[in-house]
Design a binder for this molecule. Structure first.
Ligand code: NAP
Length: 338
């Protein structure tokens, strides 16, 4: 297992993290409803592989994912890092959602209780909240850091300008830096390359890539028409998530098939190894132990430079303005960088 420096912090996280979104036997989001026994075994195997980062959220399976993860980590909780999230809707009251001081301060307590821990390693805002003054949100997070309840703040589903505000305010006030951004990134969604990845690089933040197999689509288990097969995530939920451009899917899939044949590996290994080539942390998702084992094989698949390039080209988005104009202004400006 490879380890990457986590943001500007002093810790290292495994390049593969395990996502617990499928954990929890209420199965309220129809994502898997893993039994506690299977969750225990998946977490045990992940730890044995060297995975030291586990991601969940207060809203996953209405809190049951956090509870199941807390139980599964019993005995080695202090050997690993837990990332969880706040901001989603956790109750019926109008204020049981969002990034207010009130919601954050109450939610962190509930998360720690469910996770059976008195500290959260990485606490992430699940998305930006336009309804709450960002000073209130940033100060509430800093209070948790000062109380020792949170070690590292992070964000998820933010625009680059929103991350920049959070880090600028935190920097000005001497608060803890936002060390990571958890974003959807896969061969079927490279949106973050336009603004978010350059910002993250500039700020030395770590990218935690969610839905690396695009909810299972990149395993090739769906046809190009996104058949709603029962027993699959799309089939059970009845809708496609995360969104993507279905027209491009067959082309990407056929390039993946070609590379899988060259490498003698599965499509999921191709998709995950492409992400590994981007030096990001991949949050694996799995509904069964077999899927988990299959996906872990990606750590032994190293795509060639040509294979990465061909996947880059086939899945590439149109370069967005003003990026292409900035590049154009630099034509003919040759220099060496350190
Ligand atoms: N921050 C956010 O907003 C956000 C959003 C989503 C996820 N996340 C995080 O990212 C983690 C991973 O997301 P994800 O679960 O969507 O990841 P994913 O890898 O894109 O999808 C996982 C799903 O794909 C299917 N699958 C996986 N491996 C397979 C295989 N080898 N063969 C066939 N099917 C396979 C399974 O679904 P079925 O068998 O049911 O079809 C599995 O549950 C989550 O646990 C969570 O921690 C964060």
């Amino acid at each position: 297992m490879k380890y990457l420096k986590y943001g500007k912090s002093g810790i290292f996280v495994s390049e593969i993290a395990l996502g617990a979104m499928t954990f929890g036997d209420k199965n309220s989001w129809k994502l898997g409803g893993l039994s506690q026994q299977t969750a225990n075994e998946m977490v045990r195997r992940a730890y044995a592989y060297g995975i030291n980062l586990f991601d969940t959220a207060d809203v996953y399976d209405e809190g049951e994912s956090e509870r199941a993860l807390g139980i599964a980590l019993k005995g080695f909780r202090d050997e690993v890092h837990i990332a969880t999230k706040v901001r989603g809707k956790t109750g019926n009251g109008i204020n049981n959602v969002g990034s207010s001081r009130s919601h954050i301060s109450r939610s962190v307590k509930s998360s720690m209780k469910r996770l059976n821990t008195d500290y959260i390693d990485i606490y992430q805002f699940h998305s930006f909240d336009y309804q709450v003054p960002y000073d209130e949100t940033i100060e509430a997070m800093q209070d948790l850091v000062e109380r020792g309840e949170v070690f590292y703040p992070g964000v998820s589903n933010f625009n680059a300008w929103q991350m920049a505000i959070f880090n600028a305010v935190a920097g000005e006030k001497g608060y803890e830096h936002y060390q990571s951004a958890q974003m959807n990134y896969s061969l079927l969604n490279r949106d973050i390359e336009h603004e978010i990845l350059p910002y993250i690089k500039h700020e030395d933040m770590t990218l935690l890539a969610w839905s690396p197999l695009h909810g299972g689509v990149l395993t090739g288990k769906y046809t190009s028409k996104m058949e709603m097969k029962p027993g699959t995530r799309m089939g059970d939920r009845g809708f496609v998530f995360p969104r993507f451009d279905e027209k491009r899917y067959p082309l990407i899939l056929s390039e993946m098939e070609k590379i899988a044949a060259e490498q003698g590996c599965s499509l999921s290994s191709v998709a995950l190894s492409w992400l590994r080539s981007k030096k990001v942390v991949i949050i694996l998702g799995a509904r069964t132990l077999e899927q988990f084992e299959e996906n872990m094989k990606c750590v032994d698949v190293n795509l060639t430079t040509e294979q990465v390039k061909s996947l880059d080209m086939i899945s590439e988005d149109r370069e967005q303005y003003p990026n292409w104009m900035i590049g154009r202004m630099d034509r003919g400006r040759t220099f060496e960088t350190a």
